[in-house]
Design a protein around this ligand. Structure first.
Ligand SMILES: *Cc1c(COP(=O)(O)O)cnc(C)c1O
Length: 240
């Protein structure tokens, strides 16, 4: 009886191990060829939203350590299971009442899009005895639907953040309009880069300019991005 059930278990695990093998080769290959084309000044965040622990591990085994998620619950579940040297980036819209779940471990909150959120992040960071790095998400796209602060609000946010010792604004993040018009994407990224440069001129110590996704990261890099967030070009299309 014992031997029999052991055999079944063994057979099953063999079967489920066979499939990811194929995925691994693709994910590894995608990461390697992506990194080969990147200037050394540009950091890659692998956007793993909706992707399984196995798929993330394949990217991890290719050397990738920064991963982006857009739902706090999903990210926390993955954080708990996956290797602890992964740096988790929250790239989605953040609800204030959920900050507490990621405050113990999140590496960079890229989607800070309200002034209220700053205070909550500071409060939860304090409870965890840490300083949490954040990027201000700036609204650069034409679409109404995209979250983000205006230029004016970003100035206010920086002022407010100066009084919040458990939070550090490390840079800016933006998403361009989803369009085929390359010139428009270029203009939007150039606008964000110019705000970034202005703030640095005002002695605000920013280091990160996060712009560019699978479809537009080449334009973003040309316009001065030093962090790209790439999902489908690494992991394939997402099934929601
Ligand atoms: C999903 C997402 C990405 C990655 O999108 P891809 O087109 O799959 O590369 C990047 N940034 C943000 C904020 C996202 O939500």
């Amino acid at each position: 009886m014992l031997i029999k059930s052991w055999n079944v278990v063994r057979f099953k695990s063999f079967e489920s191990a066979a499939k990811p093998q194929i995925i691994r080769m693709e994910i590894e290959k995608n990461i390697t060829s992506l990194l080969e084309g990147l200037p050394s000044t540009v950091e890659l965040v692998a956007v793993s939203k909706t992707k399984s622990n196995e798929e993330i591990l394949e990217a991890y085994n290719a050397g990738q350590r920064k991963f982006g998620e857009n739902k706090i619950q999903d990210m926390t579940r993955k954080y708990e299971i996956l290797p602890k040297d992964i740096q988790w980036h929250m790239i989605g819209h953040v609800q204030s009442n959920k900050v507490k779940y990621m405050a113990p471990y999140v590496s960079l909150i890229q989607g800070v899009d309200s002034l209220k959120l700053l205070k909550e992040i500071n409060k939860q960071a304090q409870k965890n005895n840490r300083i949490i790095d954040c990027l201000l998400q700036i609204h650069i796209a034409k679409e109404e639907s995209k979250f983000g602060l205006s230029v004016r609000e970003s100035q206010q946010a920086i002022k407010i953040a100066k009084e919040l010792p458990h939070l550090r604004i490390k840079g800016l993040m933006g998403m361009a309009t989803f369009t085929d018009d390359q010139k428009q994407i270029e203009r939007e990224f150039a606008g964000l880069k110019s705000l970034y440069d202005q703030l640095i001129q005002q002695k605000i110590p920013l280091e990160v300019l996060s712009m560019g996704m699978s479809g537009d990261f080449l334009i973003a890099i040309e316009q001065g991005s030093n962090m790209i967030r790439v999902g489908s070009k690494i992991f394939g299309p997402r099934n929601y």
